[in-house]
Design a binder for this molecule. Structure first.
Ligand code: ZN
Length: 91
């Protein structure tokens, strides 16, 4: 599965998982995408740990502003895709 938004957080700890030991958030999780230096909420992620293997939101405390930004972005993308499909079908 492709992860579009992964977790960035200030503190992380190693946790054994299905694919071996990986990092797991130990502080509020922000949503981060590849490229750029800020989270979905606008907070700088340059000093945060990037948990590329952990999709946002994770099963813990997530940044509220990031949750809003990510859900809006996902909704806009789905609507955009549907829009294109309708236009192609009617052509
Ligand atoms: Zn955030």
């Amino acid at each position: 599965m492709k992860i579009d938004w992964f977790v960035a957080c200030k503190v992380a700890y190693p946790r054994p998982g299905q694919q071996g030991t990986g990092l797991w958030p130990a502080s509020v999780a922000h949503a981060k995408r590849l490229g750029g230096t800020s989270a979905a909420c606008g907070e700088l992620t340059t000093t945060m740990k990037k948990l590329f293997e952990v999709p946002f939101p994770f099963a813990g405390e997530n940044c509220r502003a990031c949750l809003v930004a990510v859900s809006e972005e996902r909704r806009a993308r789905t609507q955009g895709a549907r829009h294109v499909a309708v236009r192609e079908g009617s052509a």
